[in-house]
Ligand binder design. Structure first.
Ligand code: GLN
Length: 255
């Protein structure tokens, strides 16, 4: 008899960090886990709520400066546990404002210095008033094994720059990515991924979704775990293809 495998996901600040339907990532995760025969336990963690003792996957969505200001001190308090999970190989998906706070620091448009938890060696600075935001469709090639081409939509003022210990998540073909100056998009550390891609990103990037589920399974059960041979979700493949087409036709070509 095979016992059903289960992964434990933590969603940080689901009611605060959720611009551009980032909660759709959890819906996609639930659906894919069901198809793979993997049980999914979800702990929603709001301001001041206790973290569960263990987690295999952490999700945090985007938010504007005001929301980031609310959650940053609470997140900072939890940095030791979050770092432990990351070092153990748990999966992380941190989007936009959440990604910025998983970096070293974010200086907001109002000049506040928000400390990040430093999972990624990246620093983000909001540009002076009057600068354009980085908005539009993104098509990029992920440097994470097995993930391939990624698509999404970005909308951020902050410019993120990689420090010497950071690796980009992807290289943009269309879109701004981290800062619009260099081709990097997002960051990766172990199985933690930070990215500017909203969309939500998981429903249209099925290879990224599977990668995160695999990381979570390996974190819980060990490095020999693999995903069952279950056909990919045809709708996810189609959603990816049509978003890629949109990015190619109206996205900002990499300069
Ligand atoms: N406040 C951040 C910025 O504009 C993040 C925005 C977001 O999460 N969409 O840079």
């Amino acid at each position: 008899m095979t016992l059903e495998r289960a992964i434990r996901a933590v969603v940080l600040y689901p009611h605060i960090m959720d611009v551009y339907a980032d909660r759709g990532n959890l819906i996609a995760l639930r659906a894919r886990c069901r198809a793979l025969g993997v049980a999914l336990e979800v702990a929603n963690v709001g301001l001041g709520d206790p973290l569960p003792t263990e987690a295999d996957l952490v999700l945090i969505g985007g938010g504007q400066d005001a929301e980031q200001r609310r959650v940053a001190p609470d997140l900072f308090e939890r940095r030791d546990t979050l770092h432990r999970w990351v070092e153990e190989g748990a999966g992380v998906l941190a989007i936009c404002g959440g990604y910025q706070l998983f970096g070293q620091a974010y200086r907001t448009g109002a000049g506040d210095e928000l400390p990040g938890i430093g999972v990624f060696d990246v620093t983000t600075v909001a540009p002076p008033l009057g600068w354009e935001r980085c908005i539009g469709d993104v098509l990029a090639d992920s440097l994470v094994e097995g993930v391939g081409e990624v698509v999404g939509f970005e909308n951020h003022g902050g410019r993120t720059y990689l420090g010497p210990r950071a690796r980009p998540f992807a290289l943009v073909r269309f879109g701004h990515g981290n800062n619009g100056d260099d081709p990097s998009e997002g960051a990766v550390y172990r199985e933690a991924i930070g990215t500017y891609l909203h969309g939500p990103v998981l429903p249209k990037n099925p290879a990224l979704l599977d990668r995160l589920i695999l990381a979570a399974l390996r974190h819980r059960y060990g490095p020999d775990e693999s995903l069952p041979e279950v056909p990919g979700d045809e709708w996810a493949v189609r959603a990816h293809a049509s978003a890629a087409e949109v990015a190619r036709s109206r996205g900002r070509p990499r300069t």
